[in-house]
Design a protein around this ligand. Structure first.
Ligand code: CU
Length: 308
């Protein structure tokens, strides 16, 4: 278990990790079975299906949750201590000093140390997210608090996503074919895709093959505004900036539809430009792409079984 490895490396108590990890796993497993979106009453992050999201989950469950919990408990303890020990009744004669140099140094230096301890592994995750694999670089092992290394193959597919006002355009760059993906309005969704979530279902999903590294280039309409492309299960969140090409990658290990949303407040329909990525088998993808390269997008879509 990656989380366990990480905690051991961090020198944290393995027993404590055991206590929290199953609770998180249970809460997550029960609520989000096989869905690529958040569920009512969901606790914890969305289910991970990529190496990058694994490292984000490890980072969260490993170091962040412990840091946050200990600080909350410590501050709560201080508050209770002050409320009970130093109220007017139990402490009728208040102290008259105003400064304590030692305490001030401690409360300055300690947060700096905590921030550095959090920052170092987070830089590793960030650099993994932003460095497209070349088949040689080891992933999730790029910092001193290693999450456990993963070999990621070089990309076999390049997709460009462009944020528009307010929808996404996608292009398979090497195949030079493109299409537009629009939010599916309720009436149409209830008729064609009744089991897909409201405000996340789109007319044309972005189709990608499973277990394949995909290079993702993100930009926005040059005359438009800034958006952000985010898919929680893939651990992706990257700005879509007019006139600029940002790059990230993913390698999804499960088939299914995984949803995301524009994550940069971009205008009146910001909430209505969802992202739906449909991960299919390699064979299905080959058939899809062959039809699409023939120039017929409707035929390409027809190669895929309808997901309602
Ligand atoms: Cu947007």
């Amino acid at each position: 278990m990656v989380t366990g490895q990480f905690l051991r490396k961090m020198g944290a108590s393995a027993a404590a990790a055991m206590a929290l990890a199953p609770a998180l796993a249970m809460a997550q497993g029960a609520a989000v079975e096989q869905t690529g979106h958040s569920m009512p009453d969901q606790f914890h992050l969305q289910r991970s299906v990529t190496p990058i999201m694994d490292s984000i989950v490890s980072f969260h469950d490993g170091i962040l949750i412990w840091t946050i919990s200990l600080i909350v408990l410590f501050v709560l303890g201080l508050l209770l201590w002050i409320a009970f020990r130093f109220n007017a009744k139990s402490n009728p004669k208040p102290a008259s000093f105003t400064h304590n140099t030692l305490v001030e140094i401690v409360w300055t230096v300690l947060p700096i140390v905590i921030l550095i301890v959090i920052a170092i592994p987070s830089f590793g995750v960030l650099s993994d997210q932003l460095t497209v694999p070349d088949g040689e670089r080891k992933y999730l092992g790029s910092n001193i608090f290693s999450f456990g290394e993963v070999d990621v193959p070089a990309p076999e597919l390049t997709i460009k996503a462009a944020g528009q006002q307010w929808y996404w355009d996608y292009q398979y760059v090497d195949q030079n074919v493109e299409f537009t993906s629009l939010l599916m309005q309720d009436a149409e969704r209830l008729e064609k895709k009744p089991n897909q979530p409201r405000l996340l279902a789109v007319d044309n999903e972005l189709v990608v093959p499973v277990n394949t590294t995909v290079r993702l280039q993100i930009t926005a309409d040059p005359m438009g505004v800034i958006h952000a492309f985010a898919v929680p299960s893939f651990g992706i969140k990257i700005d879509a900036v007019p006139g600029r090409l940002n790059e990230t990658w993913f390698n999804a290990r499960e088939t299914g539809i995984f949803y995301g949303q524009c994550s940069e407040l971009c205008g009146k329909d910001h909430a209505f430009m969802p992202i739906a990525v449909r991960v299919v088998t390699k064979e299905e993808f080959a058939a899809y792409m062959a039809a699409f390269e023939g120039g017929d997008y409707a035929a390409a879509n027809a190669t895929l079984a309808a997901v309602q």
